[in-house]
Design a protein around this ligand. Structure first.
Ligand code: ZN
Length: 366
């Protein structure tokens, strides 16, 4: 899931053209295959197919639903392959719209599933939740953010799904846990996996330096700002990690951006600069909203505008209120790391943010 906080100025009628079914040839034996995500605002997820004589390798796999499986079968058919010809599923991160179809297909086919090794903790947590052993991390995080009521509303919303917990096949381990920097030799192509924590802790992108391509997963998306740290194991530092992972992209040569949601773009760097700018603007707004503190993340979220239409928090649906509150907490935590805010936990277990007290040094230097 990705929260829509900013949009490019592209013509609106073209905004969803990328998601239409079909196969886009990108040259050099590379193809983009959008698979449907019915009922999801993201509309579709891109699977990238790299064709070889001996089979085909995929980056990301789509969601384990019949429509996606059929569309993938059809698209590979157009390229002269069947599902049994898939050799590898290289998955960028653990979210279900990327990972689960790979695991489902693996049960009957030879394809090997690969996932970044920093997703291990998320995998364990997902299985605990599906087995009814633990509550989803993103619900538990809300009370310390000052949003206990919202947590109850999310619980009520998800109750039908959580009432019947069962370990799902789709959450079994990959065949290979991929370490940062792993080099993948494919026919006529070398990919390097680069750990890019932020969207999830174990997110990886795949860089084809010779061809100037970056398979970016959900790390860099062209039209929307990726959600930060929306995952089973909640970490305070997700936005700090994400900003570091964005800067890491600027240390690579610029490359064609191959995102998991949205159309192919000419420059990864151009989009990374926009995303960094977006977060700096958001950090400034967040700091301003916290100056009259102490305030909770939920209170700050209530003071900030949301979506390109600048809506109020209370106008969003329950799940988007949850995402907005989590995003706000992530921004507050960056400001704490930068020393611009301090955080204090109340006896009730709620985190309050405010300006740091003036230190003796500051006063002495006046
Ligand atoms: Zn995604």
């Amino acid at each position: 899931m990705d929260y829509v906080t900013s949009r490019a100025s592209a013509a609106r009628e073209d905004r969803h053209a990328w998601a239409e079914s079909g196969v886009e040839a990108l040259g050099g034996g590379l193809y983009r295959i959008p698979l449907p995500l019915p009922g999801d605002a993201l509309t579709a997820v891109n699977v990238y197919a790299m064709a070889g004589d001996d089979g085909v390798d995929l980056i990301d796999a789509g969601m384990a639903i019949v429509q996606a499986r059929e569309r993938l079968t059809e698209a590979l058919g157009q390229l002269g392959y069947g599902l049994p010809d898939v050799r590898n599923f290289f998955i960028t991160h653990i979210h279900q719209d990327h990972y689960t179809l790979a695991v489902q297909l693996r049960t009957t086919l030879r394809g090997q599933v690969t996932l970044g090794d920093q997703e291990r903790a998320n995998m364990a947590a997902i299985r605990d939740v599906s087995a009814g052993r633990a509550e989803v991390g993103f619900i538990q995080m809300l009370a310390p953010m000052g949003a206990a009521d919202l947590a109850d509303r999310v619980r009520a919303l998800l109750a039908p799904r959580l009432a019947d917990p069962q370990p799902k096949l789709e959450w079994s381990d990959p065949d290979h846990w991929l370490p940062d920097g792993a080099v993948i030799e494919l026919p006529g192509r070398t990919l390097r996996a680069i750990h890019t924590p932020g969207h999830t802790t174990g997110h990886v992108v795949f860089h084809d330096e010779a061809a100037g391509l970056l398979f970016a997963g959900d790390h860099v998306l062209p039209h929307i700002t990726p959600s930060i740290g929306f995952q089973p194991v909640i970490t305070r530092s997700s936005l700090n990690q994400y900003l570091g992972s964005l800067r890491l992209m600027l240390a690579l040569p610029d490359a064609t951006l191959l995102p998991a949601h949205g159309p192919v773009q000419a420059s990864t760097h151009a989009r990374v600069h926009q995303l960094l700018e977006h977060h700096e603007t958001r950090l400034a707004q967040t700091l301003e909203a916290a100056t009259d503190g102490p305030v909770t993340a939920f209170q700050v979220a209530g003071a900030l505008p949301w979506t390109r239409r600048k809506r109020r928090l209370t106008e969003l649906d329950v799940m988007n209120q949850l995402l907005a509150t989590g995003e706000t907490a992530a921004h507050l935590e960056v400001l704490v790391t930068r020393g611009q805010l301090v955080r204090e936990r109340s006896p009730e277990g709620v985190d309050f943010y405010g300006l740091p007290p003036a230190t003796a040094d500051d006063l002495a230097s006046e």
